[in-house]
Ligand binder design. Structure first.
Ligand SMILES: [Zn+2]
Ligand SMILES: [Zn+2]
Ligand SMILES: [Zn+2]
Length: 477
């Protein structure tokens, strides 16, 4: 049964009224879908758009682990336009006029009949890009965004050939183009005998500069006839180009759903899931999971990477022979258990004492695309008295830096581990992985006291518990 969606309340900032409204997801969709698609479209396409808008909301809202509005910190979305566009009822009454009742009924039906459904890949909501008219085929994400998104693949689409936006154009004056592109065209002196091949050529002037004869579009004309027919002031004339027309095919960035194409599919009898699966490659349509209060990490995907492993392992060894590869596997397994209790989906890169290359780990992470990839290691130093924890993140990754600080804080508070810093590093793993990632060097195995602690399974439990607590803290703020 899925009937609890009203439990998830979304905080919306209304900037004109300067107040926060609280709405359920399904009610909020009534303000989002009409901002994205004309309600004159087929009901199945309106359903597609309802699922798209719901997917965007679930990605955005903090209750599901989204970032919320970047401007109004206490809100999930705002109506200023930088979050997800929303419109209000008075706007809809003005726009829809006589169709208001019919369109509202259609909208409510589309939302109701897709209740709770979102588009996912690996259990995560996708970024459901859509556009007006693709003009023959949609685009691969790397050609538009620069990075490869598995579900945004090029698909052929002739369904949109009846779209009013299939062919378009826009005319610009040369001056306008110069200003917008910050360029200078070569200056043409009006006194010169300028020709535009195929259009205006063969200009013959008399000694005072009056046009005697001219060929326009292949037709020979007398200067005075051109003056009369075009209503020019004088036969002393020359030509220069002044506007350029840009002809376009389709409308929008071309990623994901082509709305006019999807609408035509609906008219031809395809259903909303056919349309979604046509334009988004390899996705699943499923009901979103309601986040639960005692499961603060629900919906989060984390990948834990116990360093080293196997015979080829170049791990560190403690004074009495304790091996780094065994300790970090132990910590990682306990961490996985604890994080799962808190609601997260957790993957380990290895579950046995086996060799795994760094590039295999990278491949796995880039396939699963977790919210965070966390490598666990121990450190070593020639001076046995050195101890403490270091956490590394990659360059400008603010999310990883914040998570690293939360985990460090928790390890320091709970276990009195010495804070040796949350720092930037350029490790192969951190650099190659396309998601936020951290490397935690828990402590120094070369310190005899630390080595003893690391042999104690109760201590390992507390390490796993503290790292989990840090992760929960990070998501709270
Ligand atoms: Zn906002
Ligand atoms: Zn199309
Ligand atoms: Zn290591």
């Amino acid at each position: 049964m899925f009937g609890n969606n009203s439990l998830v309340n979304i905080k919306v900032f209304a900037h004109k009224e300067n107040k926060i409204m609280t709405k359920s997801i399904e009610n909020l969709l009534k303000m989002i879908v009409p901002a994205q698609v004309p309600l004159s479209f087929h009901i199945e396409l309106i359903k597609v758009q309802a699922i798209i808008a719901r997917t965007q909301l679930v990605r955005q809202c903090r209750a599901f682990g989204g970032p919320g509005c970047s401007k109004y910190k206490d809100c999930d979305i705002c109506d200023e336009g930088h979050c997800i566009d929303i419109v209000d009822d008075s706007y809809l009454r003005q726009t829809w006029k006589d169709n208001y009742n019919e369109y509202m009924e259609k909208l409510n039906r589309a939302i109701k009949e897709t209740e709770g459904l979102i588009i996912t890949i690996n259990n995560k909501p996708i970024d459901p890009k859509f556009h007006d008219t693709c003009g023959g085929s949609t685009e691969n994400s790397e050609d538009v965004l620069g990075n490869r998104v598995v579900y945004l693949r090029k698909v052929l689409c002739n369904y949109c050939s009846n779209s009013p936006n299939w062919d378009g154009h826009k005319d610009f004056t040369l001056k306008d183009i110069e200003e917008r592109l910050n360029i200078n065209f070569p200056k043409l002196k009006p006194s010169l005998k300028t020709e535009i091949k195929g259009f205006v050529e063969g200009i013959e002037k008399d000694e005072s500069g009056r046009v005697r004869e001219i060929k326009i579009g292949g037709k020979k004309l007398k200067g005075k006839d051109v003056m009369e027919l075009l209503g020019l002031d004088s036969t002393k004339f020359s030509v220069t180009p002044a506007t350029i027309r840009f002809n376009t095919r389709g409308k929008g960035h071309g990623l994901g759903l082509c709305q006019y194409g999807g609408n035509q599919m609906a008219i031809e009898g395809y259903s909303y899931d056919d349309i979604i699966n046509y334009y988004y490659t390899g996705v699943e349509i499923k009901k979103y999971e309601i986040p639960c209060i005692n499961k603060p990490l629900s919906g989060k995907i984390l990948m834990i990477d116990p360093g080293h492993g196997g015979e080829k392992s170049q791990d560190f060894v403690g004074p009495t022979g304790l091996r780094e590869k065994d300790v970090v596997l132990n910590v990682s397994k306990k961490l996985k258990n604890r994080l799962e209790q808190l609601g997260a989906h957790v993957y380990l890169t290895r579950e046995e004492d086996e060799y795994m290359s760094l590039s295999e780990r990278v491949k796995l992470a880039n396939k699963i695309r977790p919210n965070f990839f966390i490598s666990i290691h121990l450190n070593s130093f020639s001076n046995p008295s050195i101890h403490g924890c270091e956490i590394y993140y990659y360059r400008n990754d603010k999310d990883s830096e914040a998570l690293g600080k939360a985990i460090m804080g928790s390890l320091v508070n709970n276990l009195s581990i010495v804070n040796r810093g949350v720092k930037v590093a350029d490790f192969f793993l951190l650099r190659q992985i396309g998601v936020s990632s951290l490397r935690i060097e828990l402590d120094y195995i070369t310190n005899p006291e630390i080595e003893e602690k690391l042999k104690d399974s109760e201590y390992i439990n507390r390490v796993a518990e503290s790292i989990s607590e840090g992760i929960v803290t990070y998501y709270k703020y």
